[in-house]
Design a protein around this ligand. Structure first.
Ligand SMILES: C[S@@+](CC[C@H](N)C(=O)[O-])C[C@H]1O[C@@H](n2cnc3c(N)ncnc32)[C@H](O)[C@@H]1O
Length: 344
């Protein structure tokens, strides 16, 4: 599977592909040239820019659009925002398309100079919009990023990467409920796609951060593939979440194994593992209770941990406190657990 075939199967019928934010549409044309003879696909090639703006900005675009529009089962659309599926849903309805089998966005970028947190939000909004329109069991969302941007352990210089400077793609996808099932270097795919234009020069050249013919340096880029989780799918790298808790307990009745049992009951998912460890324990003079700060680290390769993420990040901790309090009331009179949420 690579960017020339999107891992599609030749003998499947009626597969729908949505290409998002495709600069001068050269990826769309190259992909169509790779797929259309052998695969039964309908391809929606989209840009955020209007057609007028595209023709103004990209010198090859008029030719590319003409070629695309001469192809069967290809639809060229403009003004499509990858973070808001409202408009594309209207086209889906009109064409009786229920879901997309693939949604692809190569080198998403807010044009101009932008902060990292805005790009994280761009990815998150794109993933949230995409999960509503991908086929739930086999559908995939593909995102290519330049070297170092994604911040997964697959980055060639991961050890030296300042994690706070990356777009944290795996975690943005997880927030929308997706797990990363594949990740690969894009160099070979881009060469092959570029070569589809050997006759007319219309092959894929990734376009730059600024609008216009400026080429983007894609060398060493990675394509990240995401799916909705089920027990058959595993993410390439485990997702890890860390919670710090500050709380007060009666040392005679409290134990980590008790807390662990409560957490397991709350999670109801053997696919999520966790460890609990003390960061700090303090015994105030003259008081029977202990002040503790502990870290719980959750990890999973099958669960995007959605249950406790999303709108209310602290819901899990509140549920944990309530469960411990309730259990304590039933079994231990002098049990006391005050959970102060100090972070995540
Ligand atoms: C670095 S360029 C890459 C263009 C193209 N995908 C390629 O590989 O050549 C980033 C593209 O993202 C588009 N873009 C930015 N925000 C977008 C959004 N919210 N929805 C769709 N496209 C967007 C821009 O218009 C631009 O074409």
């Amino acid at each position: 599977a690579d960017l020339t075939n999107l891992g599609l199967l030749k003998n499947h019928c009626n597969q729908n592909i949505l290409i998002v934010g495709d600069g001068d549409l050269s990826y769309s044309l190259s992909l169509c040239r790779c797929l259309l003879n052998d695969y039964n696909v309908r391809v929606y090639c989209t840009t955020l820019d209007s057609r007028g703006k595209l023709l103004e900005n990209y010198s090859r675009c008029a030719q590319i659009v003409e070629c695309l529009e001469s192809l069967r089962n290809v639809c060229v659309l403009h003004g499509i925002d990858g973070t808001n599926n409202g408009l594309i849903k209207e086209y889906m309805k009109k064409d009786k398309v229920q879901y997309f089998d693939r949604i692809v966005w190569n080198f998403p970028h807010l044009c101009g100079k932008s902060r990292i947190h805005k790009h994280r939000k761009l990815l998150l909004d794109f993933f949230k919009s995409s999960v509503e329109i991908i086929e739930p069991s086999e559908g995939q969302v593909w995102v290519a990023l330049t070297k170092g941007q994604g911040g997964t352990p697959r980055e060639p210089e991961y050890e030296n990467l300042v994690k706070g400077n990356t777009w944290q793609i795996q975690y943005k996808a997880a927030q929308a409920g997706l797990i990363m099932t594949d990740v690969f270097n894009t160099d070979d795919s881009i060469l092959k796609l570029h070569a589809t234009g050997f006759r007319d020069g219309l092959g894929y050249s990734p376009r730059g951060f600024h609008n216009g013919d400026h080429t983007l340096n894609s060398k060493g880029g990675l394509c990240h593939v995401f799916s909705l989780p089920d027990m058959m799918k595993h993410s390439v790298y485990r997702l890890v979440w860390k919670y710090d808790l500050a709380y007060m307990v009666n040392p005679e009745t409290f134990s980590f194994s008790f807390m662990g049992d409560v957490i397991s009951i709350l999670l109801q998912d053997p696919g999520i593992e966790f460890t609990i460890s003390d960061v700090d324990v303090y015994q105030r003079p003259g008081v029977a209770t202990l002040d503790k700060t502990s870290t719980i680290i959750f990890s999973s390769s099958t669960n995007a941990h959605l249950k406790y993420k999303g709108r209310d990040n602290n819901r899990f901790l509140i549920e944990l406190k309530t469960a411990l309090d309730n259990l304590a009331l039933m079994s231990m009179e002098d049990y006391n657990f005050n959970c102060n949420i100090t972070g995540q």
